[in-house]
Design a protein around this ligand. Structure first.
Ligand code: AGP
Length: 612
């Protein structure tokens, strides 16, 4: 996600801002910028696509800018390609206000239309520019910056952490936050804001955390904080005792654990802007209703965990749409002379948007006349750029090689696409549609409840980390869940494992089950729970150690035969994989931890596989 820094003091701001942005580089970004204000030189904005060194060259290390008050930003694109114009800070039309932003403004299109009707001319594709222009709109009418800030914030829907600089107030800047982190830093004769503490540690360890709705006026000698009603509030100051490495991981030991814990928020950011008035809406989708209704077959093509999303998608989309859904490994699809042609929809799923096999499959599908829709996490990536349609998961940058939050956001986005298509095709009843949408909106909170108790999973991992082969068995969506669960264990703990359709065991593989073999039995797909139970008895009778996963409503049934039962909340069967994957990610994480593996950078693996 984006990184924000701000400084007010007696030294030149730009070099300090650049150093702070360097501390935020680990968060991942595609462009960067700074804005500085001084009575002599006014409001100066410098920004560029690419790495920080481009910005440092552009500003001569910050020396070409003048002013002791400024804001800075590293951008992880969500709306608008990574380029110079879309980079932050965004300057308002009058040149009086500069804004940096972390988060997503969900109603930015509506506000953009209003401002355009009032004569505002936009120069970027971002949601953030709307904030600068709306603030400018109010400021030009009242001349009161705080009034303009509050009126703007009251109209914003979505998440924001903001740094705001104004030409007429060169001795201070403003910060505001709602649903996106923003810290205040208290230095000697200087003050700071930052998205996370890593950007501050060189200057101060005395911080306070802004709360939702708060607005801070930051000057060299003081930071004054107001609540959403404009009432002054006193903030509790804390002393940060983390080192930089711990701070980069939000205090967690590994990026992977941090990203597992970020899943509810990542899912919330991905789904909530696309649910309006009780319906799934994709403002970014140009597919016509006729095309959607005419679909006779859908292909899903991907690699690795993204492929596993496709396997879940096959079950769910076929259930919702009643059309055949073929899911294929991109590395196979591209050499299989696929039965794809005009009128086919090929969905390419890729977190990085750079996976070579998936890109090759995309180009083949397009050459055969298919329409390609991609689900991607990196805005402006190669696969996104070459697709006819792209839906972005707003998971933020994923640092750990083993994907977790990107996988989870892909899963829910594909479910939402299925709902959207089903409504267009009339293939689900309005009651089923409403139920599924309601359960989807409840998903982040349920994910949070699963994450509240990791101790039992940690204990089970301590019992089983020495196994050298693990079987994940399940039926239907539990089989799909097993595929991803097995890959997570393999890729970070180096323990061999296999995912098996439970009903297939008796056709050969069950010969491998012997006393002490660990079998993770997945029973969250409740329509087939009884079958799952019988498969558990089947492997137990051959001496297997069983670790079972099911829903809360079925746990008691399982506990009669299985000693170790993990549970997830009950939800619509289609959405259970989104909950079931969390204990499986945690189990893989804790096993790898016990085995002393390099969890964030597993051997032989890369975050993006851009080779054959
Ligand atoms: C995920 O944990 C793996 N690291 C890997 O399988 C990954 O999912 C695969 O390489 C596809 O990557 P993509 O989603 O960026 O295309």
């Amino acid at each position: 996600m984006c990184g924000i820094v701000g400084f007010a003091g007696s030294e030149q701001a730009a070099p300090i801002l650049l150093e702070g942005l360097e501390r935020l580089e680990y968060r991942g970004y595609d462009s960067a910028g700074v804005a500085v204000v001084s009575p002599e030189r006014g409001l100066q904005v410098r920004k560029s696509k690419g790495r920080l060194k481009v910005l440092e060259a552009l500003t001569d290390g910050g020396r070409s800018l003048d002013g002791c008050v400024g804001i800075g930003h590293t951008r992880w694109a969500t709306h608008g390609e990574p380029n110079d114009v879309n980079s932050h800070p965004h300057l308002s039309q009058s040149g009086r206000i500069a804004v940096v932003h972390n988060g997503i403004i969900e109603n930015y299109l509506e506000l953009k239309e209003f401002l355009t009707s009032q004569g505002t001319v936009f120069c970027s594709d971002t949601d953030t520019e709307v904030v600068a222009q709306l603030m400018d709109y109010y400021y030009l009418r009242s001349g009161d910056l705080m009034d303009a800030v509050y009126k703007t914030l009251h109209r914003l829907e979505g998440a924001y952490a903001l740094g705001i600089l104004c030409l007429e107030t060169p001795d201070r800047f403003i910060a505001a936050r709602k649903d996106a982190p923003l810290l205040l830093g208290y230095g000697e004769g200087c003050s700071f804001i930052a998205s996370d503490v890593t950007a501050l540690l060189r200057h101060t360890r005395e911080v306070s955390y802004m709360e939702d709705g708060e607005v801070a006026v930051v000057s060299a000698d003081e930071i004054v904080v107001y609540d959403a009603m404009g009432r002054r509030v006193e903030k509790e100051h804390r002393i940060v005792d983390w080192d930089v490495s711990a701070a980069e991981k939000g205090g967690y030991e590994h990026f992977m654990f941090k990203e597992i814990m970020e899943q509810p928020e990542a899912v919330r950011k991905t789904i909530s802007p696309r649910i309006r008035d009780g319906r799934v809406v994709f403002d970014e989708l140009k597919l016509g209703a006729d095309f959607i209704r005419s679909l006779e077959r859908i292909f899903i093509v991907a690699c690795g965990s993204s492929y596993h999303v496709g396997v879940v998608g096959k079950y769910n989309l076929e259930r919702l749409l009643r059309v055949p859904v073929e899911v294929a490994l991109a590395s196979e699809f591209r050499y299989a002379d696929p039965l794809v042609g005009p009128g086919s929809l090929v969905i390419v799923i890729s977190q990085s948007g750079e996976t070579l096999d998936s890109m090759a499959a995309l180009r083949l599908a397009k050459s055969l006349g298919a329409t390609v829709l991609s689900i991607v996490n990196v805005v402006g990536s190669s696969i996104a750029r070459e697709s006819d349609e792209v839906l972005y998961t707003w998971a933020g940058p994923e640092i750990a090689v083993a994907t977790t939050k990107a996988y989870s956001t892909q899963l829910v986005l594909l479910d939402m696409l299925g709902l959207f298509f089903a409504e267009t095709r009339g293939s689900v009843s309005s009651a089923d549609y409403a139920l599924l949408l309601s359960e989807l909106q409840a998903l982040p909170a349920r994910m949070e409840s699963v994450l509240e108790d990791t101790e039992k999973i940690k204990y089970l991992a301590s019992r089983y980390f020495n196994h050298d082969s693990v079987f994940y068995i399940g039926r239907n969506l539990d089989y799909a869940l097993g595929l991803e669960s097995s890959l997570k264990l393999k890729e970070i703990s180096y323990v061999h494992s296999e995912a098996y359709a439970s009903g297939e065991l008796k056709h050969g593989t069950i010969s491998l089950i012997e006393p002490g073999t660990l079998v993770v039995a997945l029973g969250t797909y409740t329509p087939l729970f009884d079958k799952a139970l019988s498969n558990i008895v089947e492997v137990q009778s051959r001496g297997a150690d069983v670790l079972a996963l099911t829903t809360e409503s079925r746990a008691q049934d399982l506990r009669r035969t299985v000693e170790h039962v993990l549970t997830v909340p009950d939800t619509h069967p289609i959405l259970e994989p989104s909950l079931g994957i969390i204990p499986m990610q945690l189990f893989a994480y804790y096993v790898a931890l016990q085995r002393g593996c390099d969890i964030d950078k597993p051997r032989n693996l890369a975050k993006s596989v851009t080779v054959e």
